[in-house]
Ligand binder design. Sequence first.
Ligand code: MG
Length: 271
Amino acid sequence: MKTYRAYLFDLDGTVYRGDVPIPESVVALRELTESGANIVYLTNNASRTPEQIAAKLCAMDVPASPEQVVTSSLVTAEAIRSEMPGASVYVIGEEGLMAALRAAGCRFDDERPDVVVVGIDRQLTYDKLTKAALAIQRGARFYATNPDRALPSDQGLLPGNGAILAALEATTGVQPRVFGKPEPAFVHYALKRLGVSPQEALMVGDNGQTDILAGARAGTDTLLVLTGVTRPEEVATLPVAPTYVAANLKEWMERVEKTGSAGSTGGAKTG
Ligand SMILES: [Mg+2]
């Protein structure tokens, strides 16, 4: 059953949709957890802390600890800690990003920060955009937790962090350094935490443009589940073909159990 030493799961569209769990995923994740598999949850959502996300998963009957959750905020904060220890930051973002930067030893400075860090901020104001734009023009580095332009909701697409970045790019002409998926560094960060090489891991997600691309760039096998963003008819046109495609997580697990193996690495195995 344990074809891989570690499994990296995207959350929204893979484990749940918004606040609604995907039943096939809950069953499969419980089974995988009970089998003793190494599981990490990898989310571009920069607004929540790992503690909040683990609590949300547990409330959905998916066993998870904060140590199993890696957010784009954590990866961004870790990069600042390792490359510019004690840096000052101006932040557009919510609690998840603030907490990660605080824990990484960053100082907060509205006027002359070393780095402007931008994550989704649902209290965004013109004043915040102004401070960030002026700091970037004064030479601050421009970092972004994730590039997602739009967030799917039951009402339609809502502005994502990429929309905020677009406003700052339009103002300053500067492009941000981005840390979330599809950047492979995000996947490498999670693998390093587990002590597992890319060849021993499977990246699972619903988005062929971000999850699957991030996994492929990082050197992991990939499983695309058709429970979220990517539609079945889009699979053939993805920038990178997933190693596996499944209707949902439970269907893939049953396939693995039936054949005794998910198969070796190689070309795409769809169906
Ligand atoms: Mg997703």
